[in-house]
Design a protein around this ligand. Structure first.
Ligand SMILES: Cc1ncc(COP(=O)(O)O)c(C=O)c1O
Length: 384
């Protein structure tokens, strides 16, 4: 039995006719950039998230970059996030001109530790009397925003984050790149902070056939700014009001994503069922299975367990044609490229510990019970 980490082929086979119909529709229209197909997808995605606006972007990375720019974040600012995420979260803070500041994750759900966040903000922020903005006491830089990541598909605990944000006048950018359709206290993630960012990288719960992303918000002003910035800063064809980017989502991807969006809830439900099967089969076994917070509807973009001898087990499973992932083997503060931020080993012990033990088992919607049984049996074989 050969089991990939992600199986895009089975999903495509199920919806092939609809996808080909959508592609042909765009080819026949020859409207490849912006246009009706994208406008419709934006409308449908905003409705799905329950936000007023959605703006398609070329990737989750450009969505995050545009979110930061639309909030006016740049040089002299600091943005808080965790070191336990994909590099894009941090990369885009640096691209905006701001400095990333890390808070450790909690070991239960791998999202930002809200208690540590609160302690940090209280200790480090003083409110600048002129700007009424919180300033970092040590550096005098303005702390402007928090980016909670809904890692692996599980919502971060947003209420305490929003409370702190309100008190200290901070913006909240939700990195929902791994959490399409997940809910926090009944609300779709992405719709709860000031702005939410999604990635449509092919392996995501809602994946394009190439790169793609989306920003969602209820703020009309920010939406206008993002629309301009993603399209060379223009309002009309040759009227450029800003120095912008080419960060557009193209019509072919929008048409494909419109087909797939209709299935997203059903696919997420299948992922959740598969997670329950894993939980049940692994329950008496010496591993830490995912903990679903009581406020969360986790959508299991990844099913991540923690296990001792992780690297050895990963290789063994690979030898048996079970392809797992490691998200992530090294927290970002220890990546060479981010040494410039001044952190060192030991600064974020939870992230460092998790990085040694996490392994992502296959969990796509089409994965069958027999395949999960085979994965668990093989896991038990190597662990005994
Ligand atoms: C948490 C997180 N943020 C941002 C991104 C960036 O998205 P993209 O690859 O579409 O640029 C990803 C993609 O993997 C991600 O997982």
């Amino acid at each position: 039995m050969k089991i990939p980490l992600v199986d895009l082929k089975s999903q495509y086979e199920e919806i092939k006719d609809e996808i080909q119909g959508a592609i042909n529709r765009v080819l026949d229209s020859t409207a490849f950039i912006l246009g009706e197909e994208l406008a419709k997808f934006e409308e449908e995605f905003a409705k799905f998230c329950n936000t007023k606006y959605a703006v398609g972007t070329s990737s989750g990375t450009s969505a995050l970059h545009l979110a930061l720019l639309s909030l006016g974040i740049g040089e002299g600012d600091e943005v808080i996030t965790t070191p336990y995420t994909f590099t894009a979260t941090v990369e885009t803070i640096i691209h905006s001109g701001a400095k990333p500041v890390f808070i450790d994750i909690n070991p239960r759900d791998y999202n930002i530790d809200v208690q540590k966040l609160g302690e940090f903000i209280k200790k480090r922020c003083k409110v600048n009397s002129k700007t009424n903005q919180p300033t970092n006491k040590q550096t005098n830089q303005l702390i402007r925003a928090i980016i909670p990541i809904h890692l692996y598909g599980q919502p971060a605990d947003l209420d305490p984050i929003l409370k702190l944000a309100k008190k200290y006048n901070l913006k909240v950018i939700e990195d929902a790149c791994q959490a399409h359709g997940a809910k926090y206290k009944g609300k779709r993630v992405g719709s709860i902070g000031d702005i939410g960012c999604f990635s449509f990288y092919p392996g995501k719960n809602l994946g394009a056939y190439g790169d793609g992303g989306m920003v969602v918000t209820n703020d009309g002003k920010m939406t206008n700014k993002i629309r301009m910035l993603r399209d060379h800063g223009r309002r009309e064809k040759y009227e450029h009001l800003m120095v912008g980017y080419n960060y557009r989502l193209d019509a072919l991807q929008a048409a494909i994503l419109r087909v797939k969006l209709k299935y997203l809830d059903e696919w997420n439900e299948k992922r959740r069922k598969n997670a329950l099967i894993y939980n049940e089969l692994l329950k008496d076994f010496d591993v830490i299975t995912p903990y679903e917070e009581e406020y969360a509807r986790h959508v299991y973009h990844l099913y991540v367990i923690r296990i001792k001898r992780r690297n050895e087990i990963y290789k063994f499973l690979q030898g048996k044609s079970i392809f797992c992932g490691i998200h992530y083997p090294l927290p970002l503060h220890l990546q060479k490229v981010y040494h410039r931020l001044g952190y060192k080993k030991g600064d974020f012990p939870v992230a460092e510990e998790c990085a040694k033990e996490v392994i992502s088992l296959p969990i796509y919607p089409e994965l069958k019970r027999e395949e999960i049984e085979y994965i668990v049996e093989t896991l038990k074989e190597v662990s005994e």
